[in-house]
Write a protein of this length. Structure first.
Length: 199
């Protein structure tokens, strides 16, 4: 059998859902407040990205390199952080970049923690290029072979997530109290997960 056909967001998402993401032209009780329209305009792209991540989960099971994997995280993880930032009253580009790095790092930590769980769904989030470079195969992964090559693969994968966490630490103190509190909570938890995997 060939690969499943690629589907676009427009093709797989029901028209009613697309209207919900865009925001209905005249929702019930809508008073035409500028603030409500601004909220919808800000949130809609993030929700569209999350829908795209859902679609990608149904059509993509392997990622060739870090660029492809980070592209998936852009849809699956980063929008969540941007929505939280918006709820805290922040929308500047610098904080959004820091949030993206944090959310991608957390997503990677989840991937590395759930390698065997994802295998049950025939999904491999470890970049194939990384595995090939260390001489490890998907077949060995399916067979649960914890070889020296696998340990090198995971060491490098964990380090990539750590780089994203630590690459943003110096800028954390520039954020406001709400953003700082959030970062101070999620970063240590994410790093603890990575430390556990590294053992």
């Amino acid at each position: 059998m060939g690969d499943p056909p690629k589907a676009s967001a427009a093709g797989m998402v029901a028209p009613g859902t697309r209207r919900h993401v865009r925001g209905p032209r005249h929702p019930p009780g809508f008073r035409g407040a500028h603030g409500d329209r601004a909220e919808a305009r800000h949130s809609a792209p993030a929700f569209r990205d999350l829908i795209q991540a859902f679609i990608q989960d149904q059509t993509v099971a392997r990622y060739r390199d870090w660029e492809e994997l980070f592209g998936y995280c852009r849809y699956s993880a980063n929008p969540v952080g941007r929505l939280v930032l918006h709820l805290c009253g922040y929308s500047d580009a610098r904080r959004q970049r820091l949030s993206d790095a944090t959310c991608t790092a957390l997503q990677l930590a989840n991937f590395w923690q759930d390698v065997t769980v994802d295998l049950l769904k025939d999904r491999v989030y470890i970049p194939l290029e990384l595995m090939e470079r260390h001489g490890y195969t998907v077949e060995e992964l399916r067979a649960r072979r914890s070889t020296p090559a696998f340990r090198e693969v995971m060491r490098e994968a964990v380090e990539k997530a750590r780089e994203l966490f630590f690459g943003r630490v110096a800028a954390l103190h520039h954020g406001g109290p709400a953003a700082g509190a959030r970062s101070g909570f999620v970063q240590p938890r994410g790093l603890r997960v990575l430390e556990k995997i590294a053992r």
